[in-house]
Design a protein around this ligand. Structure first.
Ligand SMILES: [Zn+2]
Length: 182
Protein backbone atom coordinates (compact mmCIF):
# COMPACT_ATOMS: atom_id res chain seq x y z
CA UNK A 1 0.00 0.00 0.00
CA UNK A 2 2.79 2.39 0.86
CA UNK A 3 4.39 3.99 -2.12
CA UNK A 4 8.10 3.54 -1.86
CA UNK A 5 10.55 6.40 -2.25
CA UNK A 6 7.73 8.88 -2.48
CA UNK A 7 9.11 12.38 -2.26
CA UNK A 8 7.89 14.09 0.86
CA UNK A 9 5.83 16.95 -0.38
CA UNK A 10 5.58 20.12 1.61
CA UNK A 11 2.23 19.97 3.35
CA UNK A 12 0.08 23.03 3.16
CA UNK A 13 -2.98 24.29 4.94
CA UNK A 14 -5.44 23.29 2.20
CA UNK A 15 -4.51 19.63 2.70
CA UNK A 16 -5.44 19.89 6.37
CA UNK A 17 -8.66 21.71 5.46
CA UNK A 18 -9.64 18.89 3.14
CA UNK A 19 -9.63 16.46 6.05
CA UNK A 20 -11.81 18.75 8.07
CA UNK A 21 -14.32 18.46 5.25
CA UNK A 22 -14.28 14.66 5.45
CA UNK A 23 -15.21 14.87 9.11
CA UNK A 24 -18.66 16.25 8.38
CA UNK A 25 -19.32 13.60 5.76
CA UNK A 26 -18.28 10.68 7.87
CA UNK A 27 -18.91 11.33 11.54
CA UNK A 28 -21.44 9.30 13.51
CA UNK A 29 -21.22 11.09 16.84
CA UNK A 30 -19.17 9.65 19.68
CA UNK A 31 -17.87 6.55 17.92
CA UNK A 32 -14.19 5.61 17.81
CA UNK A 33 -12.32 7.46 15.08
CA UNK A 34 -8.82 6.93 13.81
CA UNK A 35 -6.15 8.57 11.75
CA UNK A 36 -3.40 6.39 10.25
CA UNK A 37 0.08 7.59 9.39
CA UNK A 38 1.51 7.00 5.91
CA UNK A 39 2.95 3.60 6.88
CA UNK A 40 -0.49 2.18 7.64
CA UNK A 41 -2.48 2.34 4.40
CA UNK A 42 -3.68 -1.27 4.46
CA UNK A 43 -4.70 -1.01 8.10
CA UNK A 44 -6.72 2.11 7.22
CA UNK A 45 -8.63 0.12 4.59
CA UNK A 46 -9.29 -2.73 7.03
CA UNK A 47 -10.69 -0.29 9.59
CA UNK A 48 -12.91 1.25 6.90
CA UNK A 49 -14.18 -2.24 5.97
CA UNK A 50 -15.24 -2.63 9.60
CA UNK A 51 -16.98 0.73 9.34
CA UNK A 52 -14.64 2.80 11.52
CA UNK A 53 -14.10 6.41 10.49
CA UNK A 54 -10.41 6.35 9.52
CA UNK A 55 -8.42 9.08 7.85
CA UNK A 56 -5.31 8.26 5.87
CA UNK A 57 -3.76 11.58 4.89
CA UNK A 58 -0.52 10.43 3.28
CA UNK A 59 0.74 13.91 2.61
CA UNK A 60 0.55 15.38 6.11
CA UNK A 61 3.48 15.91 8.46
CA UNK A 62 3.62 14.50 11.99
CA UNK A 63 2.56 17.77 13.59
CA UNK A 64 -0.45 18.00 11.28
CA UNK A 65 -1.46 14.39 12.01
CA UNK A 66 -1.32 15.14 15.73
CA UNK A 67 -3.29 18.34 15.20
CA UNK A 68 -6.06 16.50 13.32
CA UNK A 69 -6.12 13.70 15.89
CA UNK A 70 -6.48 16.24 18.69
CA UNK A 71 -9.05 18.53 17.09
CA UNK A 72 -11.23 15.71 15.71
CA UNK A 73 -11.01 13.39 18.70
CA UNK A 74 -9.21 10.72 16.69
CA UNK A 75 -6.67 8.18 17.83
CA UNK A 76 -3.49 8.45 15.81
CA UNK A 77 -2.21 5.02 14.77
CA UNK A 78 1.46 5.13 13.87
CA UNK A 79 4.52 2.95 13.36
CA UNK A 80 6.74 5.83 14.40
CA UNK A 81 7.92 5.31 17.97
CA UNK A 82 9.02 8.95 18.16
CA UNK A 83 5.37 9.95 17.77
CA UNK A 84 4.43 7.62 20.59
CA UNK A 85 6.98 9.34 22.79
CA UNK A 86 4.97 12.54 22.58
CA UNK A 87 2.81 13.14 25.59
CA UNK A 88 -0.57 12.39 24.16
CA UNK A 89 -3.15 9.76 25.07
CA UNK A 90 -4.32 9.88 21.46
CA UNK A 91 -1.34 8.07 19.97
CA UNK A 92 -1.11 4.29 19.64
CA UNK A 93 2.16 2.87 18.27
CA UNK A 94 2.12 -0.37 16.28
CA UNK A 95 5.34 -2.35 16.06
CA UNK A 96 4.31 -4.99 13.52
CA UNK A 97 4.71 -4.40 9.79
CA UNK A 98 1.96 -6.95 8.98
CA UNK A 99 -1.44 -5.27 8.48
CA UNK A 100 -3.44 -8.13 10.02
CA UNK A 101 -1.21 -8.14 13.10
CA UNK A 102 -1.66 -4.38 13.35
CA UNK A 103 -5.43 -4.77 13.10
CA UNK A 104 -5.40 -7.44 15.80
CA UNK A 105 -3.62 -5.05 18.16
CA UNK A 106 -6.12 -2.27 17.41
CA UNK A 107 -9.13 -4.61 17.74
CA UNK A 108 -7.95 -5.77 21.15
CA UNK A 109 -6.84 -2.39 22.44
CA UNK A 110 -9.97 -0.48 21.43
CA UNK A 111 -12.45 -3.39 21.69
CA UNK A 112 -13.57 -3.03 18.08
CA UNK A 113 -16.70 -4.84 16.96
CA UNK A 114 -18.27 -5.80 13.66
CA UNK A 115 -21.93 -5.25 13.04
CA UNK A 116 -24.21 -3.00 11.05
CA UNK A 117 -21.37 -0.69 10.08
CA UNK A 118 -19.56 -3.34 8.05
CA UNK A 119 -19.04 -2.24 4.42
CA UNK A 120 -20.66 1.15 4.99
CA UNK A 121 -17.62 3.28 4.13
CA UNK A 122 -15.73 3.97 0.95
CA UNK A 123 -12.42 2.12 1.15
CA UNK A 124 -10.73 4.82 -0.92
CA UNK A 125 -11.84 8.00 0.82
CA UNK A 126 -13.63 7.02 4.08
CA UNK A 127 -16.97 8.64 3.16
CA UNK A 128 -20.19 6.90 4.20
CA UNK A 129 -21.70 5.05 1.23
CA UNK A 130 -25.25 5.56 0.02
CA UNK A 131 -27.38 2.77 -1.39
CA UNK A 132 -28.34 3.21 -5.03
CA UNK A 133 -31.05 1.53 -7.06
CA UNK A 134 -30.00 -1.02 -9.64
CA UNK A 135 -31.31 1.02 -12.56
CA UNK A 136 -29.05 3.93 -11.54
CA UNK A 137 -25.87 1.89 -11.98
CA UNK A 138 -26.57 0.72 -15.52
CA UNK A 139 -23.60 1.70 -17.67
CA UNK A 140 -21.61 2.65 -14.57
CA UNK A 141 -20.47 -0.87 -13.63
CA UNK A 142 -19.26 -3.73 -15.88
CA UNK A 143 -22.20 -5.49 -17.65
CA UNK A 144 -21.59 -8.85 -15.95
CA UNK A 145 -21.65 -7.14 -12.56
CA UNK A 146 -24.90 -5.40 -13.46
CA UNK A 147 -26.42 -8.69 -14.57
CA UNK A 148 -25.48 -10.74 -11.52
CA UNK A 149 -25.93 -8.32 -8.65
CA UNK A 150 -28.90 -6.51 -7.18
CA UNK A 151 -27.47 -4.45 -4.31
CA UNK A 152 -25.28 -1.47 -5.06
CA UNK A 153 -23.83 1.42 -3.12
CA UNK A 154 -22.02 4.55 -4.21
CA UNK A 155 -19.52 6.88 -2.62
CA UNK A 156 -20.97 10.39 -2.85
CA UNK A 157 -17.46 11.86 -2.63
CA UNK A 158 -15.28 9.91 -5.10
CA UNK A 159 -18.24 8.35 -7.03
CA UNK A 160 -16.90 4.80 -6.73
CA UNK A 161 -19.50 2.00 -6.91
CA UNK A 162 -19.61 -1.00 -4.61
CA UNK A 163 -21.47 -4.29 -4.88
CA UNK A 164 -21.42 -7.59 -3.03
CA UNK A 165 -19.19 -9.45 -5.43
CA UNK A 166 -16.83 -12.38 -4.99
CA UNK A 167 -14.17 -10.11 -3.52
CA UNK A 168 -16.58 -9.33 -0.71
CA UNK A 169 -17.24 -13.03 -0.11
CA UNK A 170 -13.51 -13.56 0.23
CA UNK A 171 -13.47 -10.55 2.51
CA UNK A 172 -16.17 -12.09 4.68
CA UNK A 173 -13.96 -15.09 5.39
CA UNK A 174 -11.24 -12.73 6.48
CA UNK A 175 -13.69 -10.82 8.67
CA UNK A 176 -14.71 -14.06 10.40
CA UNK A 177 -11.06 -14.48 11.31
CA UNK A 178 -10.95 -10.91 12.63
CA UNK A 179 -14.09 -11.52 14.69
CA UNK A 180 -12.26 -14.24 16.60
CA UNK A 181 -10.15 -11.47 18.12
CA UNK A 182 -13.18 -9.49 19.27
ZN1 LIG B 1 -14.99 7.46 -1.88
Amino acid sequence: MRRKNKPRRTPHLSATKRYFKVKGAGSRGKELKFICDRMLGTLARYLRILGYDTLYPEELRDAELLFLAYTQGRTLLTRDTRMGARISPNVFVLKSTAPEEQLKKVVKKFKLKTGDNLFTRCLECNTLLVEVKKKEVKGEVPPYVFKHHSKFAKCPECKKYYWSGTHMERMEERIKRWEEWM
